[in-house]
Design a protein around this ligand. Structure first.
Ligand SMILES: [Zn+2]
Length: 282
């Protein structure tokens, strides 16, 4: 069914796995992402940036997620990733997204609390889940780069205050991951994650999941990560495959011959990640 982040992460908490939150970069790849979840017997969070939501159209994304969730009998949540202003959040909620992230991580602590609380108050009226963020995740997001020396790890004491004061349904933690990291892999600060997980009882979220070593993932799940974002890897796979297929075929060839392999490449990655996210060998 078409559902919320709160609901899918609640089930993940009960059975100690994590829900993959995969960025849809275009409408073409979306059905195969949901089919991948269906084939793995998992729920899925589809997320888009604010700009991708505007490019595809919120209503179109909602319609596809809803119809696929019903047809494939998969739990699908549609989430707005890294929104920094209230109007974008309001638009997504009003048009049918079931989950939003308010990213106030670059704001002073108190301002982050105040603004996140306003989002929570609005979203919860409509049964929509909210993810907040504390600390700064490195790398580049929507063209904005965070330098290595500007990265601030999440402080567990701040996390307690933030979660209680805002009422968020999930918390993105800064424990060393980077957005857009693809070729290299990061060293995740697991001791810090354990500290945060011990004092905060909402689901925790990993951003920059492409840069996390797959062998580290079970330990992150066992320490409270219930939403695991993967975006860059899908983008790279789709683009690489598109370069190959479009480079090889004539202009008169039906487009599907070029695009099906791109969607298939994305589907394989989603299936592979979900297989790890299910944490079967815990
Ligand atoms: Zn992120």
């Amino acid at each position: 069914m078409y559902t919320t982040l709160k609901e899918v992460t609640r089930k993940a908490e009960e059975l100690n796995y994590t829900v993959g939150a995969f960025n849809a970069h275009n409408l073409e790849m979306l059905p195969d992402m949901i089919r991948a979840a269906k084939e793995q017997g998992s729920s899925i969070i589809i997320q888009t940036s604010v700009d991708t939501a505007k490019y595809i159209g919120h209503e179109n994304l909602v319609a596809v997620c809803k119809s696929m969730a019903t047809k494939e009998m998969v739990d699908v949540a549609l989430h707005l990733d890294h929104a920094k202003n209230f109007d974008d959040i309001k638009e997504a909620i009003d048009k049918g997204y079931t989950s939003v992230m308010f990213d106030g991580s670059s704001l002073p602590f108190k301002e982050n609390i105040i603004k996140t609380s306003i989002v929570v108050k609005y979203a919860h009226k409509f049964g929509v889940s909210v993810e907040g963020e504390l600390g700064t995740i490195g790398g580049t997001e929507e063209g904005i780069h965070v330098d290595e020396d500007k990265k601030v790890y999440t402080d567990p004491k701040d996390a307690i205050v933030f979660v209680e004061a805002t009422g968020v349904d999930a918390l993105a933690v800064a424990i060393g991951t980077n957005h857009g990291q693809y070729k290299s892999k990061t060293e995740v600060n697991v001791p810090l994650l354990k500290e945060i997980d011990a004092v905060v009882d909402v689901p925790l979220v990993i951003h920059g999941g492409t840069g996390v070593k797959e062998t580290d993932i079970p330990e992150l799940i066992n320490n409270g990560i219930r939403k695991f974002n993967v975006g860059t890897e899908l983008l790279v796979a789709w683009t690489k495959t598109a370069k190959e297929t479009f480079g090889e075929t004539k202009e008169t060839k039906s487009l599907r011959h070029n695009i099906i392999p791109c969607n298939q490449a994305v589907k394989e990655i989603v299936k592979h990640k979900i297989n790890i996210f299910m944490n079967k060998n815990e």
